[in-house]
Design a binder for this molecule. Structure first.
Ligand code: CTP
Length: 424
């Protein structure tokens, strides 16, 4: 059975420089995320960094020996040495690693490494490496608020910025010292997102017209009550954001949610399933890819009361009628080359039911998850999903963030389209 390319960073080499700050404990998450996306992550630590996080932590996550010393040590059997990872057999690691790197991330970056980079000092492996690099460098400072505000650090950061180093600004908050102020390492997911953006400059969705639906819809019972569901809209918003970052022209059609729209997308808000259907239909002629991540209400009250219904002692019967099935209706009007992606919630026989839904609704790809599973429930930041393609491809990437899943879904949809643009 064909496998989808769930590793959009395959073939990319990332050098992750870790320096001696307590914030180093947050950085294994970045190594793990980039590795899961297929990147070859070579972690380079300063001696001081190894006092905060054990190299073994990174080696276990990346499968590649952590480099600390200028001179190669005998690698452990269970991980690849940096030379093996680079498929080189010599000792000019700092040069070859610098040449092989598509991106360097320095996180956390202490005042010391920032000063060394600004001043061109190369007195350990990481600083030597950084001096030899020609690839983009992402620098995420973390330090005490007073050091952060010192004229020396501010000037060094300015110097690096003017040379094209991308600074991921530290955040304000409670610092390890107990002080409150700017100096906290940026959210590791923010650093990883920026890294992915830099590494995927192909803009593989450039010129594609992408429509994403998100959130629940609401069907009124009376002026103060409605039928709805707890969909947060997060999956659809993540898809819209990632599609926009990958170059697509994105329209995000959302039911009532409490999220702000991502930058650079056309945002259309709707309330009912009918309104969502109208909004999707009006985009149908021009779209290349439709991602129906919304959870539209399947039923609505047959009669909507104009006045608030009064309660009484008798049981109340609410007669419901089906709403339009948006995907099935628009699938009947699709042009050749258009890609339709559905999402399914299944509490049992996930794969079998989803495959049947893919056939019934005429989809190219379906993303199924079981809301009963931990990490896949409504409103969570994560998802545990299986992707099933019309051409037979299946992938289950495990519990990952909705942003990561969005990238995998977009890549799988492109593969289902055979990378072809639809006929306009
Ligand atoms: N969907 C739709 N229009 C609806 C309801 C759902 O287009 N009125 C879309 C959803 O956005 C999702 C897909 O259909 O992409 C599957 O939704 P789901 O509710 O799981 O499937 P149903 O066909 O409604 O089947 P059932 O509820 O019986 O599982």
């Amino acid at each position: 059975m064909a496998e989808f390319e769930a590793r959009p960073l395959a073939g990319k080499t990332v050098v992750l420089g870790v320096t001696g700050s307590i914030a180093a404990f947050k950085v294994p998450h970045i190594a793990s995320r980039m590795t899961a996306m297929g990147a070859r992550v070579v972690v380079v630590m300063t001696e001081n960094a190894t006092r905060f996080v054990a190299p073994l932590t990174f080696e276990t996550l990346t499968g590649i020996e952590v480099v600390v010393s200028m001179f190669p040590e005998k690698g452990r059997k269970s991980v690849a040495s940096a030379e093996e990872a680079l498929e080189r057999d010599d000792h000019l690691r700092h040069v070859h690693l610098a040449e092989a790197a598509d991106l360097a991330i320095v996180a956390p970056a202490t005042a010391n490494v920032i000063g060394k980079m600004a001043g061109g000092i190369a007195d350990d492996f990481l600083s030597t490496e950084l001096l030899a690099m020609t690839c983009p460098v992402l620098l995420a400072p973390a330090m005490n608020v007073h050091m952060m505000e010192s004229p020396a650090v501010a000037k060094n950061l300015e110097t690096l910025r003017s040379r094209g180093v991308i600074i991921v600004e530290a955040e304000a908050g409670r610092l390890a010292s107990g002080a409150v102020g700017k100096g906290r390492l940026a959210d590791p997911d923010r650093i990883a997102d920026m890294a992915v953006d830099i590494l995927l400059p192909e803009q593989d969705l450039a010129d594609r017209r992408v429509v994403v639906t998100a959130g629940p819809t609401r069907e009124s019972i009376d002026p103060v009550r409605h039928i709805s569901n707890p969909s947060s809209g997060r999956m659809g918003f993540a898809l819209a954001e990632r599609a926009a970052r990958r170059g697509a022209q994105v329209t995000l059609i959302s039911g009532p949610v409490s999220l702000g729209p991502p930058d650079g997308v056309k945002y259309v808000t709707v309330t009912t399933t009918d309104e969502m259907y109208e909004a999707v239909s009006s985009e149908m002629a021009s779209l290349d890819m439709l991602f129906m991540a919304a959870a539209p209400a399947d039923y609505r009250p047959k009669v909507r009361s104009e006045e608030k219904l009064r309660k009484g002692p008798e049981p109340m019967v609410l007669e419901l009628e089906p709403t339009v099935d948006i995907l099935s209706s628009v699938a009947g009007k699709r042009r050749p080359g258009q890609c339709l992606v559905g999402f399914a919630l299944e509490t049992e026989n996930e794969e079998r039911n989803a495959r049947a839904k893919l056939e019934r609704k005429g989809l190219d790809l379906i993303v199924v998850n079981n809301p009963k599973m931990e990490g896949a429930a409504f409103g969570t930041e994560t998802n545990v999903a299986t992707l099933i393609g019309r051409s037979g491809g299946v992938v289950s990437p495990g519990m990952i963030s909705k942003t990561e899943l969005a990238d995998i879904v977009l890549t799988a949809a492109l593969e289902e389209m055979g990378e072809k643009k639809s006929e306009r």
